[in-house]
Design a protein around this ligand. Structure first.
Ligand code: 5GP
Ligand code: ZN
Length: 115
């Protein structure tokens, strides 16, 4: 189930352009518009869930399966040696788009970035 005005539902539907990095039956992944590091991408369920507490178990498994495919591919493409998986829940924890999503942030040794 999607929501009409949700930003990430609209990206999944193709109403707002995105740089797709992966797609399957349950999951869509695309580059973050304001990357913390080169190759920073977002992995979202195609259905709308506000946060990690709302998401259907089958779909969270699909999202994690996608993360396990996407992260190595992103590291290979960017030359990264490691990555963060970050997931924010609710405004107090920094969530700004209320369609649950996982950030994959590639890292290189000595890149100097502090998260
Ligand atoms: P949050 O802060 O909710 O964990 O993460 C939301 C992320 O969505 C941010 O990293 C932000 O840069 C990204 N974002 C916000 N609007 C857009 C957009 O229109 N397109 C893309 N590709 N990313 C977006
Ligand atoms: Zn949504």
């Amino acid at each position: 189930m999607q929501e009409k005005d949700c930003l990430f539902c609209r990206i999944v539907r193709g109403e707002i352009p995105s740089s797709k990095v992966y797609e399957d039956e349950h999951v869509y992944a695309f580059l973050d518009i304001a990357p913390s590091f080169y190759g920073h991408c977002l992995v979202v369920p195609k259905n709308h869930y506000k946060n990690i507490l709302d998401i259907d178990m089958k779909e969270i498994c699909a999202v994690f399966a996608a993360v396990q495919k996407i992260a190595p591919a992103v590291m290979k493409a960017t030359g990264a040696e490691g990555f963060h998986v970050i997931q924010n829940n609710n405004e107090a924890a920094g969530q700004t788009v209320f369609h649950t999503h996982f950030h994959i942030v590639p890292r290189k040794t000595g890149d100097g970035m502090v998260l």
